[in-house]
Design a protein. Structure first.
Length: 400
């Protein structure tokens, strides 16, 4: 039965997206793919994922709602339909997640015509990979405490400083960069730049090895790196305002221009694991404690899906950040609970290395569990998100 909430354009696009994903499955990769974009480590991985994003872009499933003047496909509120079709098909994620979900919507809102035409098409096709230069060693969740400094020199800016936890820094051509341009004002002393990274003089990237052995995160150092003023986004001193736009989309407001996709029902793999595992001398799927834990996750998952549907109903959105913020918290913690239960079900077998042939699901569960901690920290830790929900959405007094 057609969804009565969809327009005729959206229904037509939904049919097309489902048909395209059914007829164009992603080719089998020759390398092991990471669980999320945050763990992309090798050149073969990113080459495969860039090619897949390019195919989806050319099919109209990436940049679906972006105006055609800027390389998009000019639809109206169809990106979420494309994302759902790709998820239902179990397609790989879109690798240029920083470009699609952060840079593109931010430049659409704050950029000049020249910037929109220059940067958006390459991000949609994955020709140009983007990274995010917000976090610093002394400015993680306290983003306004930026110390990377940009000094003006005529029509250029000279940047010195140190960014950390920079996903894709080792593959990125460009960075969305938040830098301090005045020490006299904490918030009004920040400015936002579209900064060249790859091969740019004065910029060096050092991969960080995580406990999983992956190197998706990086440190980025700026040593008198020069940026033309034409690459400044919005006015000098408006960096905090522009960064809030970026974080709004990073935390889940809107659909960006495409994004990471995952299986439509993440519980399927967990159920299969339980059916193939033993617990207390019986099949884990028959163990009442395990069954109850899976059902509790299923209830949470359905609640998250229902909350996503609420986001499309204006009357249910009395505050623009209520649903995105709560979705960020609940979704990241759901993934952590899911992976933790997978580790519990696998038992001692979850200690096997991912390359061990006896490791359940090729070591998926312990890898997933360790990586979920990155998602509860990204875009501001979940503790910070709860404070924002309490103070800015519910109007509660600030915590001390």
């Amino acid at each position: 039965m057609p969804d009565a909430s969809l327009t005729s354009e959206q229904l037509e696009f939904q049919q097309y997206a489902r048909q395209w994903t059914a007829q164009n499955p992603a080719p089998a990769p020759s390398v092991r793919l990471p669980l999320t974009p945050l763990e992309v480590k090798t050149a073969p991985q990113i080459d495969y994922l860039r090619d897949w994003q390019r195919r989806c872009y050319e099919a109209g499933l990436v940049g679906t709602d972006v105006p055609t003047d800027y390389g998009g496909h000019g639809h109206n509120a169809c990106q979420s339909i494309a994302n759902r079709a790709l998820a239902d098909a179990g397609a790989p994620f879109m690798v240029n997640v920083v470009g699609l979900t952060m840079m593109v919507p931010t430049v659409l809102e704050h950029g000049t015509e020249e910037q929109k035409r220059k940067f958006i098409p390459g991000a949609l096709s994955a020709e140009e990979i983007w990274c995010q230069g917000f976090s610093e060693p002394g400015a993680g969740s306290d983003m306004a405490n930026q110390q990377t400094f940009a000094s003006r020199s005529g029509d250029e800016w000279v940047v010195n400083g140190h960014k950390v936890w920079t996903s894709f820094g080792h593959f990125a051509k460009w960075m969305i960069l938040l830098a301090r341009t005045s020490r006299d004002h904490k918030y009004d002393g920040l400015t936002y730049f579209l900064c060249p990274i790859e091969g740019h003089p004065g910029v060096s990237v050092k991969p960080l090895v995580k406990m999983t052995g992956e190197t998706g995160f990086n440190e980025v150092f700026f040593d008198d790196a020069v940026i033309p003023d034409a690459l400044r986004l919005d006015d000098v001193g408006k960096g905090w305002t522009v960064a809030m736009t970026t974080l709004t989309f990073e935390r889940g407001a809107g659909e960006g221009a495409g994004g990471g996709n995952s299986a439509s029902n993440p519980l399927d793999k967990l159920i299969q694991l339980a059916r193939g595992s033993q617990r207390n001398g019986q099949n884990a799927a028959d163990d009442p404690v395990t069954r109850d834990a899976i059902v509790q996750l299923a209830i949470t998952h359905e609640g998250i899906r229902s909350s996503s549907r609420r986001a499309r109903v204006p009357a249910l959105n009395d505050h623009p950040m209520r649903i995105p913020l709560q979705q960020k918290v609940s979704s990241s913690e759901f993934q952590q609970r899911l992976a933790r239960l997978g580790v519990d079900i696998a038992g001692a077998r979850s200690t096997l290395y991912k390359n061990d042939s006896a490791a359940p699901d090729k070591g998926h569960w312990p890898m997933s569990y360790m990586n979920t901690y990155g998602m509860t920290i990204a875009a501001g830790s979940n503790e910070i998100q709860r404070n924002i929900l309490g103070e800015r959405v519910l109007g509660l007094p600030k915590s001390k």
